[in-house]
Design a protein around this ligand. Structure first.
Ligand SMILES: Nc1ncnc2c1ncn2[C@@H]1O[C@H](COP(=O)(O)OP(=O)(O)OP(=O)(O)O)[C@@H](O)[C@H]1O
Ligand SMILES: [Mg+2]
Length: 452
């Protein structure tokens, strides 16, 4: 299999938010092998850049030369280049590479620090920009390169046309710094404009957006996508990286290029665990006895869930058919309200207890659980304050909290209630994952049989 290979030529951000750190995360998240030629070391956090150390030009050149010679490069991205000497050397090396080149003409950091010396702008224009497949200035950089003011999308278009005359194949003027409800980026390519629109996310944690965007374009070009397709993916990718951005540090927190892939991988593991649990349920001769009138649901949440959409369950629940337990359908997310909200509430206090099943209440279940040494607690629905009773979705969080309070905040295995008018009594059994929950249930079942 051919692995796409991308090279970033950029500065190091010790805070891990922008620069080569953001570029390599982006390459990894998009399935591309990332390589780096470091041009400068910045001492940087979310608030400020305190020191810049330029890497000797010979070492910058050598980093590029050796990876090209041995590994090969399918696309290049350049970021912070800082000085006339570094730009000239990089332009010289890039002249020898036959691969698409994305140039992010980094001039000023989010914190306001200058990352390109003023005297180097001309060198950038003369030597580097003519080599670009795509150049990705933000509004301020585009103003400096085009010599025009940018206040809206029309200004972005005008600047794109002007910058295009400097020799790049395609120009993207990013709209992060242009006012508007949406973040609008303009691509000018082969004499035509394409407009990319995504919602503007209201956050200060946007450290690294520019680097992430340009590297995502490079990653897609490395895979052979066209320029407009690469920009489309990059736009979606940077938006999701901002959605998953991290509120760390006192300034602009970093975007999170791997946020979405990590979450999706986690969702896959949850579904896999539930599927295996469903197999056990359907093969068992004991599950059917535990299914209540209102049916059972088995649920499991991903780590750090945001809401019901991050908890998987069985759509249509688990039912009794011919004396055997049967899942109505395959596990999926957002398919349980009650049991899922019990898990979400519990996870606020015990984040490891991510799974649960609801079963029919009877005294035998409770005494078997006691015999097994399980931590048991309960709540009384009749004590539910009216202001909670009458609001949809508040009963279970209230019940779980009340039950935890009652045992002095210990991690429970089992929470039950004895019902109320029109409400069946119910037991909820908790565990780290769905398989663990079923192991506990099987033990309860065995103990009940031994007791008889
Ligand atoms: N708040 C936001 N919500 C959604 N998208 C955004 C937001 N801020 C920036 N973007 C998008 O992020 C990408 C980078 O744009 P931006 O203009 O911020 O680059 P930049 O100034 O070079 O970033 P950096 O300061 O990291 O170098 C663009 O696609 C832009 O539309
Ligand atoms: Mg930038």
């Amino acid at each position: 299999m051919k692995v796409p290979r991308a090279l970033t030529i950029a500065g190091s951000d010790s805070g891990g938010g922008a620069g080569i750190q953001a570029d390599l995360k982006t390459f990894a998240a998009l399935g591309v092998h990332g390589m780096s030629a470091v041009t400068a070391i910045t001492a940087q956090n979310t608030k400020t850049v305190t020191m810049i150390h330029d890497i000797p030009v010979e070492i910058v050149r050598e980093q590029i030369r050796v990876v090209v010679e041995d590994i090969g490069v399918d696309a290049v991205k350049t970021g912070m280049l800082h000085t006339v000497e570094i730009i000239s050397a990089v332009a010289d090396e890039l002249g020898k590479i036959n691969a698409p080149i994305v140039i992010d003409p980094v001039m000023i950091a989010k914190s306001g620090a200058r990352l390109l010396r003023e005297d180097a702008v001309n060198t950038l224009i003369e030597k580097l920009i003519p080599l670009a497949t795509v150049i990705t200035p933000n509004a301020r950089e585009a103003e400096a390169l085009a010599g025009t003011e940018i206040k809206d999308v029309d200004d972005q278009k005008k600047a794109a046309e002007k910058i295009s005359s400097l020799g790049p194949k395609a120009v993207v003027i990013k709209g992060g710094h242009v006012n508007g409800r949406e973040a609008v980026d303009i691509l000018y390519y082969q004499g035509e404009f394409k407009i990319y629109v995504e919602e503007r996310i209201d956050t200060k944690n946007t450290h690294g957006t520019g680097c992430t965007f340009a590297s995502a374009i490079a990653a897609q070009l490395a895979k052979g996508y066209s320029i407009p397709e690469a920009v489309q993916t990059a736009k979606e990718f940077v938006t999701s990286s901002i959605k998953y951005s991290l509120a760390i540090g006192g300034g602009h927190g970093p975007v999170n290029p791997t946020g979405k892939v990590v979450k999706e991988a986690e969702k896959f593991r949850v579904i896999e665990n539930l599927r295996n649990a469903v197999k056990i349920i359907e093969e068992s001769d004991w599950m059917a006895d535990f299914i209540p009138e209102s049916k059972s649901n088995l649920v499991m949440a991903i780590e750090d869930p945001e809401g019901l959409e991050d908890v998987a369950g069985i759509p249509g629940r688990i039912v009794k058919v011919d004396g055997k337990a049967k899942a109505s359908s395959c596990p999926w997310f957002n398919s349980s309200k009650h049991v899922a909200s019990a898990v979400l509430t519990l996870m606020k206090y015990y984040p490891n207890l991510r799974s649960a099943i609801n079963i029919k209440y009877n005294e035998e279940v409770i005494s078997a659980a006691k015999k097994l040494g399980y931590v048991i607690t309960s709540y009384d629905r009749r004590e539910e304050p009216p202001e909670i009773k009458h609001v949809e979705g508040k009963t279970i969080p209230w019940g779980v909290k009340t039950a935890l309070e009652k045992i002095g905040w210990r991690a429970p295995d089992l929470i039950y209630h004895l019902g109320d008018w029109g409400k069946e009594p119910m037991v909820i059994l908790f565990g780290e994952d769905a398989l663990t929950v079923l192991e506990k249930l099987e033990k309860i079942s065995k103990t009940m049989r031994d007791n008889r």
